[in-house]
Design a protein around this ligand. Structure first.
Ligand code: NAD
Length: 526
């Protein structure tokens, strides 16, 4: 199996002209089929339109493209969806796990059948290029099949214990999970949390990001069409803050699965744990500030390719994006020179075009943040080595386009080195010793992904032993810190990046959605 499956798999498939033709055809088709319509929310399988009104979803590629109108769910909808999911739990939790596994495999087949259409919608909604958008679909297919396999390998988490005839350990679901997903992997991350909850017998109230509600709806329909009852999965849209009070206070919520920013995640965590009558699980996958270390023993070319893909792939809007590089002083000049040369070659523009590497940033707020961060860097003595401005004129005026940006010269404790920016902004610092670089890499609350480039095995081992991040890579040309794939890399955040220590894509993830039950039957001889 190729190590860097995401890149290898995707590049292989993209070498097939038919893949491009199908994707391009889907780009045309989806605008006619889906755009500009009013979409309901789904509770218990029924459609509802909200008296609280709708919000518009526009494409960051070109804001004149109106993707659709989506409902602003209100508290009554949220309450009703939780109540329906509680009723649905009775039946869904008692279905044989083998039947749930079958449904997940069917869902994988449906994603496969609909992948071009879904990928085209992902491109329109959040601005991903075709490689990233199709990769997300392939990743979803692999995740569904992977967790179907994991359930089987673990016999549905039923264990016969030593005293086989009297003792058993079974795993039981908790109940209703509220699943809240972010914009940047509108399909894959929503899918990961939903499959985790559903395959183990829980029911779901799903709220996608307001930047990707149509992708969320297409995913909801996959599960419904695969055979999940409408009471077991509910789809609600709307601004997050309307959801907060109800989901943290509602006693029928058994657990929260949230992927998104640290700020929102920590607030939900604190409020949920203090508002509920007893401890309940909260699965949080949050932000990060991922470092890559390039030592003097690195293959510089490889390091440059890996850093570029990880820092600027999907505009740095991946939780795994490299946002800071520590390069050893004696190769600093060569590394930076090559980094700038390669970054200049990246094609920025409309991600529907085949040659485009970097599409727009996701929305106006991200665009404005980009300008703000660049100004902050300049004000505080940073040198802009490349980029540093938004793109204007022609197609750029239609959406939110910015140049990939490389900055050096900021103090190590500067806010831009500490806070997650979630944009194509890369900060560079230098170091003398590997010990120093690792200490600086670890000098953050976050702990999702980290990378090293070095051809020296001892250095790599030294790094692996000391780095305090959940997903760590050495010499990864296809993405210094990005591109985890289900079944190969568990995607686990440490510290402020995650709450469970068991990552999506890894073998232990399903355990976070189930609780053990020990069953003992005593049969006394009469
Ligand atoms: P966000 O926190 O702004 O939003 C995430 C989701 O939470 C959205 O659906 C949003 O509507 C909802 N939300 C917002 N406020 C809420 C509230 N008060 N109550 C309930 N829900 C609320 O994050 P985003 O901008 O969509 O995504 C980017 C963030 O997600 C980054 O920090 C990134 O690192 C993180 N992320 C982490 C992982 C991971 O696996 N660790 C993966 C992807 C993204």
């Amino acid at each position: 199996m190729p190590f860097n499956k995401k890149i290898t798999y995707t590049s292989l498939l993209l070498a097939d002209e038919q893949v491009h033709a199908m994707y391009e055809e889907a780009l045309e088709k989806v605008s006619e089929k889906y755009f500009g319509k009013h979409y309901p929310i789904y509770i218990g399988g029924g459609e509802f339109f909200s008296p609280s009104g709708e919000f518009e979803d526009r494409s960051p590629i070109d804001t004149s493209i109106l993707i659709g109108y989506f409902q602003r769910s209100n508290v009554d909808h949220i309450r009703e969806a939780i109540s329906i999911a509680k009723q649905g739990f009775k039946e869904w939790s008692r279905t044989d796990w083998r039947d749930r596994v079958k449904i997940m495999r069917r869902a994988a087949e449906l994603v496969d059948e609909r992948k071009y259409e879904i990928a085209a919608v992902v491109t329109y909604e959040v601005g991903k290029n075709r490689m990233e958008a199709l990769a997300e679909c392939w990743e979803v297919i692999d995740t569904l099949n992977y967790y179907a396999k994991i359930m089987e390998e673990n016999n549905g988490y039923e264990l016969k214990l030593e005293l086989e005839e009297v003792c058993r350990m079974v795993a039981k679901p908790y109940g209703v999970w509220v699943v809240i997903s972010p914009f940047n992997f509108p399909l894959m991350l929503a899918n990961g949390m939903i499959v985790g909850a559903l395959i183990t017998g829980n029911t779901v109230v799903f709220k996608p990001s307001s930047d990707g509600p149509l992708t969320g709806l297409l995913l909801y329909k996959i599960f419904i069409d695969a055979g999940v009852p409408g009471e077991a999965i509910n789809y609600l849209t709307g601004p997050g803050d309307v959801f907060e009070d109800e989901i943290v206070m509602n006693k029928d919520v058994a657990g929260i699965a949230f992927t998104g920013s640290r700020e929102v995640g920590m607030r939900l965590y604190k409020r949920f744990t203090s508002s509920q009558p007893y401890p309940k699980p909260v699965i949080l996958e949050m932000g990060s500030k991922n470092p890559t270390i390039v030592t003097s023993k690195a293959d510089v070319k490889k390091a440059v390719q890996g850093v570029i893909r990880a820092a600027f792939g999907y505009g740095g809007q991946k939780c795994s994006a490299t946002s800071r590089v520590y390069v050893q002083k004696d190769i600093k000049d060569r590394f930076i020179e090559e980094l700038i040369r390669e970054t200049k070659n990246l094609k920025v523009g409309d991600p529907r075009k085949r040659e485009v590497f970097l599409g727009p940033v996701v929305n106006k707020r991200a665009y404005e943040n980009f300008m703000k961060y660049v100004e902050t860097a300049k004000r505080d003595g940073g040198h802009i080595l490349f980029g540093g401005h938004v793109l204007v004129g022609g197609e750029y005026d239609k959406g939110y386009y910015v140049l990939p940006t490389i900055i050096t010269g900021l103090r190590r404790d500067h806010e831009l080195f500490k806070n997650e920016l979630f944009l194509p902004i890369l900060l560079i610092d230098t170091f003398d010793t590997l010990e120093e670089a690792i200490a600086e890499a670890n000098n953050t609350d976050y702990g999702l992904t980290a990378g090293i480039f070095s051809e020296d095995e001892e250095e790599i081992n030294y790094f692996f032993e000391r780095i305090e991040f959940g997903v760590v890579y050495a010499n990864r040309r296809g993405g210094a810190t990005t591109g985890a794939w289900p079944g190969l890399q568990t995607f686990v955040g440490w510290k402020a990046s995650g709450s469970t220590g068991k990552g999506l894509g890894g073998p232990n993830y399903l355990l976070t959605y189930i609780r053990e039950q020990s069953r003992t039957i005593v049969k006394e001889k009469s």
